[in-house]
Design a binder for this molecule. Structure first.
Ligand code: HEM
Length: 477
């Protein structure tokens, strides 16, 4: 007994010696939290935005917190973001990305050529290729909307707006990029969507390693089913999938990834390409329906402008939506010690082995110094009085380069940004010009956000927002 207590005491002592960390003069403020090892992990996972706001009030624009054994330096001054975004030598993107790939998708990719892959992605989602994708997704969206609500329908149809937007955009996006056919049991987009939604619901817990044993079993079997459903995607030209996916598969093959790993990588791409567009379209339509003056302004522009070419009002309404609902973490691993020069002249040392994290949702996006009444949806926030695009926003008296950052930035920013914007624009255009729509409860507010999703791209609502729609009598098309 005495020996057991002695050994336990030694182990605890050793743990504290090995993990002890105190702040030196050159370190950012350090906040380890009271729970050994875990630190702030629970509060961080429950509602990162609330937690980081509390830390910002306590420590300022930069601080280091302990989260599940790791030290994470959080930087919330947008004037200083470039020092992190532009330094890929000391701050590595891929290591933490690999940790997440493994946890979420059970994916270990062989040595890849990130520069080659990125160049291919850029080519596939821009220029002529982008135009081809735009027409394909437009056709798919139109067909799906018509199937859901034929133009000769007279009665209102009631639905949840989140489910309506996410399911339509997911299915049209899946058909466009991954191929598949409707009414084909194994590749029907509805089938894939139903499975994907289950997976999506477990995604943040998977990423944090916080699943219950029951959830772990569900996650495993849903993932397995999705791998099977995605098996044909991009494998051959006849699979109906986009050239992008075929190139991607080819690159994986060249790098030595076997069939199994390729399917897992295809699921990751399904998430990267389909996980954000539907939720973004939901928030946009939701804000338009709950703010009638914005709906009128967007409708008017759509009815008078040359279809979807020059749409500053729509662009501002979307930018404002993303300001309020896009909340990715931009995380890097410190692979060699780095001195971080803040815009205000302060200098801090980032320690090797730590992580550094930007959370643009807190600042610039919800920062009251930058955006007046940041909680409010103002569709024209990004418009000047003369109707041109507004780009000048300030903090501490200086104009900002990053005044909203839904797409990330730098070399790892979103490659699908233009495709995503075009898709959402077409979807909103089709819905608003073909249908009358209104909230079931005209006074319903926007639903609360699911706070556990901060850090994972587009936020999702806690509950759906009920609306009804029916074909418009004199629609424009
Ligand atoms: C509203 C919709 C979207 C939002 C808000 C969004 C946002 C983002 C963000 C913030 C990142 C950077 C992640 C990081 O720094 O760790 C990213 C990466 C990426 N996005 Fe998007 N995205 C959207 C839609 C799309 C679409 C439609 C596609 C393709 C069809 C796409 C393809 C990608 C890819 C491939 C990456 C990874 C880039 C890399 O690894 O360097 N995204 N996205």
């Amino acid at each position: 007994m005495i020996w057991t207590i002695f050994l336990l005491f030694q182990a605890v002592l050793l743990y504290f010696i090995l993990t002890h960390r105190s702040r030196s003069k050159s370190d950012p403020p350090l906040d380890k939290g009271v729970i050994p090892w875990l630190g702030h992990a629970l509060e961080f996972g429950k509602d990162a935005a609330k937690f980081l706001t509390r830390m910002k009030q306590k420590h300022g624009d930069i601080f280091t917190v302990r989260v599940a054994g790791r030290y994470v330096t959080v930087l919330l001054d947008p004037h200083s973001f470039d020092t992190v975004i532009n330094d890929s030598d000391s701050l590595d993107f891929s290591r933490y990305a690999q940790v997440l790939m493994e946890r979420i998708f059970n994916l270990q990719l062989p040595h890849q050529q990130p520069a080659k892959e990125k160049a291919m992605m850029r080519e596939q989602f821009h220029g002529m290729n982008l135009s081809a994708l735009n027409s394909t997704i437009s056709r798919n969206l139109q067909a799906m909307l018509n199937a859901k609500m034929p133009q000769n329908q007279k009665d209102w149809k009631e639905e949840g707006l989140f489910d309506f937007s996410y399911s339509l955009l997911f299915k049209a996006g899946y058909l466009t990029l991954f191929g598949g056919e409707q009414n084909n049991n194994s590749t029907d987009p509805s089938h894939v969507y139903d499975e994907y939604k289950k997976f999506d619901g477990l995604l943040t817990k998977l990423a944090r390693g916080m699943l219950t044993p029951e959830e772990k079993r569900t996650a495993k079997s849903v993932r397995q089913r999705l791998w099977e459903l995605l098996a044909p995607a991009g494998r051959t030209e006849g699979s109906g999938s986009s050239p992008w996916l075929q190139f991607y598969r080819g690159m994986l093959q060249e790098a030595g990834a076997d069939e199994e790993m390729q399917r897992r990588a295809v699921l990751m791409q399904l998430w990267a390409t389909q996980g954000n567009v539907g939720p973004a379209a939901f928030w946009l339509l939701g804000f338009l329906l709950t703010n009638p003056e914005s709906l009128t302004a967007v409708r008017m522009e759509m009815e008078t402008s040359d279809k979807h070419v020059d749409t500053p009002v729509f662009d501002s309404a979307l930018e404002e939506t993303l300001r309020l609902t896009a909340a990715p973490f931009i995380t890097r691993e410190v692979v060699q010690e780095k001195t971080l020069h803040m815009a205000d002249g302060q200098e801090y040392v980032l320690r090797k082995g730590d992580r550094v994290c930007l959370f643009p949702f807190s600042s610039p996006q919800m920062d009251p110094e930058i955006h007046h009444e940041p909680q409010k949806y103002k569709y024209d926030r990004f418009l000047n009085a003369n109707g041109s695009v507004k780009r000048d926003f300030y903090k501490a008296g200086r104009q900002l380069k990053y005044y909203t950052m839904p797409w990330g930035a730098g070399a790892n920013g979103c490659v699908g940004k233009q495709f995503a914007i075009n898709t959402i624009r077409q979807f909103v255009y089709m819905v608003l010009t073909n249908y009358d729509l209104e909230l079931c409860d005209p006074l319903a507010p926007m639903p609360e956000v699911n706070a556990s999703r901060y850090g994972f791209g587009m936020l999702q609502p806690e509950q759906d927002l009920l609306f009804r729609y029916k074909p418009r009598k004199n629609n424009l098309d």
